[in-house]
Structure formats: C-alpha cells, structure tokens
Write a protein that binds this ligand. Sequence first.
Ligand SMILES: [Zn+2]
Length: 436
Amino acid sequence: MRDRWLADGTHLQFGVLANAWKETVRDAMADIGANLEAAKVQVRRAITRRTDDPAERKRMFTSLKADRWAGDPFLARQMRKHWKRGSNHTHDQIVVRADRHNTVTDARGRLWLAVPGLERRRMVRIPLSTSVAPTGTLRLILRGGRVEVHYQMDASLMRSSQRPCGDRRLGVDKGYTEALTDSDGQPHGISLGQLLTSESDRLKERNRRRAKLRSIANTAALRGDHAKAHRIRSNNLGSVKRDLQAARHRAQVRTEIFTAVHRVVDKAATVVAEDLTKHFAGRKSLGKNINRRLAAWTKGVTAEALKSVSERRGSALVHVNAAYTSQTCHHCGRLGRRDGDKFHCTWCGVAWQADVNAAINILHRAGDPDIALHTPHHEVKQILQDRTDRHRTRLPVQDSSPAIAERRANHPNREQQVGSRSTSNGPTATSPRTRS
Ligand SMILES: [Zn+2]
C-alpha cells in the first residue's frame, strides 16, 4: 500500500513528510491485520458448529487460513459478520519512530519532546508534564487540545515495581462498593463504588439530554433547516468534552483499583483470587446497560491489575474456582443466604460481612482437595452439600482439607448444635465465634 501510494502520487495530498505517514500506515495495517485474525478465531468456531465432516472442515479451515474465504458464501458471510469495520475512535494521531524524536531539558528543568513537523528539518517541540523522557516508538495523539504521548516502557523500571511484596497468604474477593476485600477483613479501593455510581448516573443523564438534542436536530433537518441541525450537531453533540471526561473517569478507576491491589500485595506473598478473565470469552454484547458495561470493564481492570502488580512485585497470584464462595459460610461450610453486604448463616446464627466471608472462602479454596479450578459449578455445590451432610450424620470425614479440620476442631458440641438447628441464635449462644 505504501509503495502504491508513493508511485501513484496519492501521498502528495497528505501534506505530511513520508517518514510520518509511513509509520502511521504501518500502524493502521497492523490494526486491520489484528482485527482480521480476531475475526478468523470466531469464524473457525462457526465452522466447527456448522459441520462434522472432517473433509469439509479442512477445506474451510484451509480457505480461511489462505485468505481465500471471499469465494465461499458461508465463509464470506461469517467474515462479514465478525470482521470489525475499520472504525477508529482515535483521530489526529501519528506514530513517530524511535530515531525520529529526541528530548531536551530546558534551564528550568522542564522536559521538551521534539518530533518532525510538516517542514523538512523543522522539529515541533512539545512541553511534557513528566520528568521521564519517553523512549522507543511513540504514538502522539492530539485530543481536546492536548498532546498525549503513548509509548511502551519496561515495567521493572517503574518505581512501584521496586516495592517488595509482603510475606503472607491472602484471599481476595472482588466487591461492588470497594475494589477488593481481603481475607483479613480489610477493604481496599473503597471509593470505587462511589466512582462507578456517579459515573453511571452522569452518563444516563447525559445520554438522555443528547438523545433529546439529536431528535431536535433531526426534526430541523427534516424541515430543511440544515443550519440549525448542523449547529446542534457541532456545538452540542461533539465528542471532545465527552471523550476527555470518559478518559478522566477511566484513569480514576484504574488508579483506585491498582492502588487497592498494591495495598494487598504490601501484605501478601501469595494472593488467592477468582480468575476474573474467565467469564469474558464468548460473552454476548453487553448492550446499552451502563451499569453492566461499567461492572464488566472494572472486572477486566481488576484482573489486569492483579496480574501486572503480582508480576512486577514478585508475589504469586493463585487462581481458584470461586463457585459458591459468596454463598457458603466460611465458618461451618454450609450454604446460606447473601443479602446485600451481609451473609446470613442460619446454622451459626451469624451475619458475616459478605465480602470478608467470600474472601476467606476463596483463600481456603487454594488448598481444597476436591474443588479444582475447572470443577463445574453444580459439582462444587454437590461437594459442599456432601461435606455438610457428613457433619450432620457424624460420618468420619475422609478428606484432609485444613479448612474442614479447623471447623471440626472448633465444633466440640456438634450434637448439641444439631438439636438446636432450628433456632437461629442457638449455636452462637453456646459457642461464640469471632473469627472475622
Ligand atoms: Zn455457618
């Protein structure tokens, strides 16, 4: 494409030096290629669903791999469905190769980045708001009148990567009002809920207003008043302010979540958590529901933070099966009821703080002999019920789960408790437990 544009003179209309647009074209082509490969993954799944015939499957896989899918109606249809259209929401951006830029510090200690401008040998200088010079290939994005400089950096050089991790083993539960709760009962990232709620409210209100304005503009256009329609679209329905606000909110949430994970790693050498990336695969579009979109997105950020902070600070991240961890009493192992931020165990007669209860269960899962990472949901429930049934009928416990051994040790009055099961505060009266 680059050679063709150079040959047929298309590049003359860009008004940018070749070195600048060549890198941008390379970048765009890489994006298109990545989208194409992502689409092929979906189409391969569709092929497996469509036919069981090995020869037919092989023929389609081969056409797909060799990019000959356009000739096959089924493959072409599938590719049209899954290959994302080339819509780019980052306009005004340019890629600058590592050897085309430099940084200088001025007399006042401020850092300036120099990149090639539109004229030969005339560099454009940009003052930076950081004291760390960007290195490698840069991506410059002009957004809302500011220049963003994006580049890759070695994570081990970041200051936060130098902090050592703790020495304990902690379970964490992803919460709603706070980013994480650990098995000590300590919440981390406590303003997350407030951030998400206010953003969700703000978006709902803003979308409502924009829909109204859009309908006014459409009506005006239908009437033939194109000047008014254009005025509304450019003055009231623009994207500069909207995108800046969205970027600011994303940055706040990321900071809150990453700080929360750092606090956990300050204490822990091993962090036991649910695999939060698992549920994304194959999920249908979340639609327009703002709360669900925000929740799904923060889940992804939490997963990313747990992985990245653990890697950088040398703590271990252990993923466990979290099925029923929020519906099981960490103390007696029975299934109970979650009601808002409280978990009620009718057996123990205690209302635990729900997230703390779940975090302790998650911690115990790491040593669970029966429940593996991929044990199906319904089997987990059966295993949990079998365990409590064994207690109820006083059959010997065959496994050696530390959680169960501990529970048994804590329950010397098992028979008495069986007798008083129906009264909700019976057990606590005979043997109060304050482990949370
Ligand atoms: Zn209980």
